[in-house]
Design a protein around this ligand. Structure first.
Ligand SMILES: Cc1cc2nc3c(=O)[nH]c(=O)nc-3n(C[C@H](O)[C@H](O)[C@H](O)COP(=O)(O)O)c2cc1C
Length: 154
């Protein structure tokens, strides 16, 4: 049951209907499957998101990346947060995630850490707007599920 004080409003993102406007943000090192299931048990969650996942690592079938997207039937609807700066990799990782039933894909455009920005991902994407717009366009055109972006001000 959702906490009685929570005001839940259904949300539509493209073709995806969510029962509530409460989302679990990506938290690297925390938002793994057990954590997401625990938060879902509290009730009222409209969408949960994974930790940020390197698109290339996913395509290379890196076991660590696969652990991050590990899911179960109770873990729905699920968004996977991708980071990367190579348009073809972001597009192909999106196609793969759609094929395994992920509900939506979030692009990490806010992470300031060196590991992510060094490869042109995270908040570095906001410094190259034309390149980023083309990358997003390639993802949006490749899949039917919604593509969202999470960014920070400042
Ligand atoms: C430990 C930790 C890990 C985070 N990992 C991510 C991440 O993987 N992707 C992302 O977009 N934001 C990440 N964030 C940012 C959060 O999703 C959130 O935007 C931020 O904490 C601000 O929300 P708050 O004011 O409720 O803390 C992380 C934040 C923390 C504290």
């Amino acid at each position: 049951m959702a906490p009685e004080s929570a005001i839940l409003i259904a949300v539509q993102i493209g073709s995806l209907r969510l029962e509530s406007n409460l989302f679990l943000s990506p938290l690297a090192g925390y938002t793994n499957l057990p954590f997401r299931l625990t938060v879902r048990e509290v009730g009222g969650l409209g969408l949960a998101t994974t930790d940020l996942v390197n698109a290339r690592s996913l395509l290379e079938k890196n076991p660590k990346a696969f652990k991050l997207i590990e899911t179960s039937p109770a873990d729905r609807p699920l968004a996977v947060q991708l980071f990367g700066s190579v348009p073809e990799e972001m597009r192909d990782a999106s196609l793969f995630l759609e094929s395994i039933g992920v509900a939506s894909i979030d692009i990490n455009m806010g992470c300031p850490v060196r590991k992510v920005c060094r490869v042109g991902g995270g908040s570095a994407m906001m410094t190259e707007l034309d390149k980023t717009a083309k990358l997003v366009q390639g993802m949006v055109e490749a899949v039917k599920i919604p593509i969202t972006a999470k960014m920070r001000l400042g």
